[in-house]
Ligand binder design. Sequence first.
Ligand code: FAD
Length: 449
Amino acid sequence: MHLLVIGGSDAGISAALRAHELAPDTEITLLLADDYPNFSICGLPYFLSGETPDWRDLAHRSEFPGIDVRRRHVARSIDPGARRVRVEHDGRERDIDYDRLVIATGARPIRPSLPGSDLDGVFLLHTMDDSFAVKNHIAHRHPRTAAIVGAGYIGIEMADALTQTGIAVTLFSRSETVLPTVDPSLGRLIQTELERHDVRVETGVGVERIEQVAGGESASLSLTDSSGRLHQADLILLAVGVRPDSDLARAAGANLGARDAIAISRAMETSLPDVFAAGDCVETHHRQLADPTYISLGTIAHKQGRVAGENALGGDRRFPGTLGTQAIKIFDLAVARSGLSDSEAVAAGLAPLTVEVTANDHKGYYPGATPLTIRMTGDRHTGRLIGAQILGHRGAEISKRIDIVAAALHHYAGVDDLNDLDLSYTPPFSSPWDPVQIAAQAWLAAARD
Ligand SMILES: Cc1cc2nc3c(=O)[nH]c(=O)nc-3n(C[C@H](O)[C@H](O)[C@H](O)COP(=O)(O)OP(=O)(O)OC[C@H]3O[C@@H](n4cnc5c(N)ncnc54)[C@H](O)[C@@H]3O)c2cc1C
C-alpha cells in the first residue's frame, strides 16, 4: 500500500499522521510545494507583529516519523486511471504511483482584478513565503503607512499586527461594518476598538485601483477608492478572501461542489476512485445546513485530514460536519462565533429569534470584571439553539464560552439546555449563572413574549 498525499499543511499532514498511526507499515509519501511542512499559517500575523519573533516557532511539528516528506515537490497532474501523479522538483518532472491518494492542496488568496494589484509593495498573505515578503518589505523599506483591503478576520488581525510594528494602518471594508461574519452591532464595537488603536477604518468602500507614486523614499503607492478618493500607502495588503485550490483535482476529472471546491462525501472521498481530499480545497459539510458549503478554517482541515487518512487505509470514519466555530483577537478584544447568525438562519429556512445581552465575565466585586456582549440565536418554533456570537475583553475567556455553545450545538441542544449545564463558577472567573446562561435566559424570556 502506497499512500500519496499532495499538500503539507493542516489537512495533508493530518491525513498522513493518522494513516501512519493506524498502519505504521504503510508507505506514505507527502508532497508539498514549498519548504514549510505543517507550519501554522494561522500564526503569520503574530510573526509579522513581532509577538512570535522566530518564524521557526510556527511549526506545529518538525519531525514526521514514517512519512517521506518531499519539499518543493509540486504535483502537476493526476492520472486517476493509471493511479499516477506527475511531480515537478528542481525543474525536472517524474511520475509517482499510488494506491490511494489524498489531495490537500488548500486554498489560494484571491488577488482582486483591479489595476495595480500586482505592483511592488502590494502583498497577499497565505504562505510562509508571503509573510517573508511582507517582513522583508518592512525591514528594508521601512513603510510608515499601510492600507489593508478587506476587513475579514485576516485583514483585521493584520491591522492589529502592523499597528504593533508602528505602521499607521487604514483598513478598507466593502461592507458597512467590519468582520461581516459577525452581526453589525458587534462589527461596530470592533471598529471602535480598531479606531481606539489609531487604525483608520473606511467602511462601505471598495478599492478601484492601485498606482505607483514616483519619487519619495518609501511612500510608493496610491490607492483610489470607490468614491474616487486617493489614499497614500507604503505597503498594501490584499485580504479579500480565498478560493479553493481545486485545479489539480478538476483537471483530473473530479467533481466540484460549493464555490468550486472539490466535491466530497462525508468519508472525504472524491468522485475519483481511491482519491480522497480534505481541507481548504474541499467543500464542507455543516451540521446545520442541508447542502455543503465552503468554509476555510484550520480546525476543519485538521479534522477532515484525519478522516481522509483513516479512510484512505480502508477505514469507515465520517467527518461530523462543522459549525464554523471561530475566534479572533483584535487588540484588547476577542470576538467569537459558532453556528448560524440570524440572517444565515433565515437563508437556511429557519425561524430565528436573536437576543443581545451584556453581562460581566465574572463577579463585579472581584477586580477586573469586564462586560461581554452576547448575541444568541435560537429557533422560535422549536427552541433549538442556532448560534451565538460573543465579544469582550481578550482576557474574558471568550473562547471557553463560545466552545460551550459549540458543544451544545454539536448535540443539537435547545437554548434551555444551555441553562441546565453544570458550568464551573468561582468569582474571579464567572458567576453562578455563566454569561452564556444569562443570554440563554434572556432568549427564553423573549421567546415567551
Ligand atoms: C493569516 C491566516 C490566519 C489564519 N487564522 C486561522 C485561525 O485563527 N483559525 C483557523 O481555524 N484557521 C485560520 N486560518 C485558516 C487556516 O490556516 C487554513 O484553513 C488551513 O491552513 C488550511 O489547511 P490546508 O492543509 O487545507 O491548506 P493550506 O494551509 O492552504 O496548505 C496547502 C498545502 O498544499 C501544498 N500544495 C498546494 N498545491 C500543491 C501542489 N500542486 N503540489 C504539492 N503541494 C501543493 C502547499 O504547499 C501547502 O503545503 C488562517 C489562515 C491565514 C492565511
